[in-house]
Design a binder for this molecule. Structure first.
Ligand SMILES: [Zn+2]
Length: 343
């Protein structure tokens, strides 16, 4: 965890400092996935705990508190995330440091924040702080809280323990309980503009930053994560089929992609359909400008009602992509359905 924020977050950082004289007990940071919100709130958490904060609001990086923070054992700090975040970065969000690794090789790590994780905060909040300062709890992504966990957190937010600050982060506010929203001060984190994000990616050593960025809808950390997962060839395989749909091609592609994470395949297809639809409506392309010719051809040929059906089909499958009975059957169904809609 570095004591820094991303270039596109500078203005938000300054704005946030103005809240510190009267800190709300809960702040809900929101913005697009893959733009660095988790790093931002962890940096802010460290700054709140730092005993020798700098004038620009950043932590000093050298005090006892900062030392504990960087070792992930600050006694007045807790981080609550889904189990699945502990071993690998989820799609579109960053933050891997192996903290809290436990022996759980046999089962799939949960993608939800569970009630036990919220209950475990009780002891933490009932003892006095170690450094006589604030106690900070970071929760992300807030939409991963399942219903019992949301309700447990809500109880805490309704009667906030003194000296405790909750920092939540969310990619989609509409997936949170309205009661949670109403208990938090909302704070928007920005999406970088394209040039700024591309410059940042180039500085990370990413060749072809522009394409990666477009394919991730302009979210730089998502672009970086995607470039590192090595699924580029698989994405091209899929795009080739989507550009030239056929029954035979759909079956072959399903076979080739059966080892690729299904949620990635569905998400590439969703973006592709978005581009076809957007081209049809306004002649603009957001994700795959290098396929301009093919997108234009499809947009001219496919009837809107068929296109909407394909979009609906892809959206519905996104929800089940994590637990398919058979990856290959799942893909055949997805791609044949697309082929039927778009030929
Ligand atoms: Zn410090």
């Amino acid at each position: 965890m570095s004591n820094s924020i991303y270039p596109w977050q500078e203005a938000a950082w300054s704005q946030l400092q103005q809240l510190r004289s009267r800190m709300p007990h809960a702040i809900l940071f929101h913005g697009a996935a893959g733009t660095g919100k988790a790093d931002f709130i962890e940096t802010f958490a460290q700054a709140l705990l730092c005993e020798n904060g700098r004038p620009d609001g950043h932590a000093c990086g050298t005090c006892v508190s900062c030392g504990w923070f960087s070792q992930h054992n600050h006694p007045d700090y807790r981080r609550v995330r889904p189990e699945s975040f502990e071993d690998e970065a989820p799609e579109g969000e960053e933050g891997t440091d192996g903290e809290g690794k436990k022996a759980k090789a046999s089962k799939t790590p949960s993608k939800e924040i569970k009630i036990e994780q919220i209950r475990n905060l009780a002891d933490f909040m009932n003892i006095s702080t170690h450094r006589q300062g604030l106690r900070v709890v970071v929760v992300y992504p807030a939409e991963a809280l399942n219903t019992p966990a949301s309700n447990a957190l809500l109880k805490t937010l309704e009667e906030p323990p003194p000296g405790t600050v909750f920092l939540l982060s969310s990619n989609s506010l509409d997936r949170l309980l309205p009661t949670i929203l109403s208990r938090c001060r909302k704070f928007a984190l920005p999406m970088p503009d394209h040039a700024q994000a591309a410059a940042w990616l180039k500085a990370q050593g990413l060749a072809d930053a522009d394409s990666w960025l477009r394919e991730q809808g302009g979210a730089p950390l998502a672009a970086l994560a995607q470039s590192e997962t090595g699924n580029r060839d698989e994405m091209e395989t899929l795009l080739q089929l989507l550009a030239h749909p056929s029954v035979d091609g759909a079956l072959k592609t399903a076979d080739k992609l059966s080892k690729t994470p299904l949620s990635s395949v569905v998400s590439w297809q969703q973006r592709w359909l978005y581009d076809v639809f957007s081209y049809k409506l306004s002649g603009s392309i957001r994700y795959f400008p290098r396929y301009q010719k093919e997108l234009a051809a499809l947009a001219g040929k496919v009837h809107t009602s068929n296109l909407l059906r394909a979009i609906k089909g892809a959206n519905a499958r996104r929800a089940t992509a994590d637990h398919p009975l058979s990856p290959k059957l799942f893909l055949e169904d997805l791609l044949l359905d697309y082929t039927t809609c778009c030929t």
